[in-house]
Design a protein around this ligand. Structure first.
Ligand code: MN
Length: 358
């Protein structure tokens, strides 16, 4: 025989407050087993404790009270699966919004997304829509047997990747990463879409990894996004430079063990150049279950020229060589060809790739 408990005792047993119990009863959920007709006191039976505890747990999962009521009319596992799915979608949506907020903060107020109500055709939006790249590309395998660098040029999206791992793996990794990012960014050309594309490339490489053969690659991309204009994303030690008014600037930071140490003031830049771990990457796409991607907005002016290049290229040439080859009197293709030809003349051990963008 079930024992009757006062609302206070019952509340203490099941983890719901008396106030909640009263409001649930008003909504037709978990009605008291007995009500004293003279005092109005409510009593719950010990047999109701199990249901009350399940209700408390569903409320903690933020399932609405009405939905819980319907659930108890016909409890089934499918409904639990649907709630789980819903929670996972909500949390993905919240994480995405947070990523976009993080990106917007990093890019600053000048790059804020245009308001939809902005009817002016000369708005920043119109300008971003017309963002076009004029590009030149060149790549070579140097002294290696294969070229494990990859590149993609697709409208206002340019990317390079330097595959790691040797043998065929490097080639597979760099090509797969860029194919994945290019396809995903074509579908969603926002900053969030670009970051998601990088995460998808990481997943694709992780899935393709068989046995001990780890797939990994650097990725550096310059992209015109629909919402935040020109953006660079970077993982690894491939680079983006900008030539503006005769000045060459490096816009990315390398993710190598030594570059990280220099940033942390554990190593000075001079010693880093001869350090044995100089070429060891501290970050790469595909080597972990998730990947941290550097991204930032890129300010641009008419006449700016950009260079995406792998380490094989920038290791072979001096800063002044890079600057001279990028001189604005040559076309992007002429610049790319010149950069690779000059680097090849140094008989480099590594693959080299240059994408020049106006
Ligand atoms: Mn390389």
């Amino acid at each position: 025989m079930d024992e009757l408990l006062s609302i206070g005792d019952f509340a203490a047993e099941c983890g719901l407050s008396p106030k909640m119990l009263r409001s649930y009863a008003a909504a037709g959920l978990l009605a008291p087993a007995a009500v004293d007709s003279s005092t109005g006191y409510r009593y719950y039976s010990t047999g109701q404790l199990h249901q009350a505890r399940v209700i408390a747990l569903l409320r903690r999962a933020e399932v609405p009270v009405e939905a819980i009521g319907r659930f108890f009319d016909d409890p089934d596992n499918d409904q639990l699966d649907r709630w789980e799915q819903q929670i996972s979608e909500e949390s993905t949506g919240r994480r995405q919004a947070l990523a976009e907020a993080r990106a917007a903060l990093a890019l600053g107020p000048t790059a804020s997304p245009p308001r939809r109500s902005d009817a002016s055709p000369s708005s920043k939006r119109g300008e971003e829509m017309s963002l076009t790249f004029t590009t030149g590309t060149a790549t070579a395998r140097g002294r290696r047997d294969t070229n494990e660098d990859a590149m993609v040029v697709n409208g206002a999206f340019c990317a390079i990747a330097d595959g790691i791992g040797g043998l065929q793996n490097g080639e597979v990794a760099s090509a797969l990463a860029l194919e994945t990012i290019n396809a995903a960014f074509a579908k969603d050309s926002t900053i969030a879409g670009l970051l998601r594309a990088c995460a998808q490339a990481n997943d694709a490489l992780q899935r393709s990894t068989d046995g001990d053969a780890t797939l990994g690659t650097t990725v550096t991309a310059l992209a015109g996004t629909d919402d935040l204009g020109l953006v660079v994303v970077n993982v690894g030690d491939s680079r983006l430079y900008r030539l503006r008014g005769g000045r060459l600037e490096l816009l990315t930071r390398d993710h190598t063990v030594t570059a990280d140490m220099v940033r942390e003031h554990e190593l000075n830049a001079e010693d880093a150049e001869s350090h044995p771990h100089r070429k060891v990457l501290s970050r790469a796409v595909g080597v972990g279950t998730t990947v941290e991607v550097d991204y930032s907005g890129v300010q641009r002016r008419p006449g700016d020229r950009f260079l995406l290049c792998t380490d094989g290229l920038y290791d072979s040439l001096s800063f002044d060589d890079l600057k001279a080859a990028l001189a604005p009197d040559s076309s992007p293709q002429q610049s790319a060809d010149q950069l690779v030809a000059q680097a090849l003349a140094k008989d480099p051990e590594d693959n080299l790739t240059a994408v020049v963008i106006d």
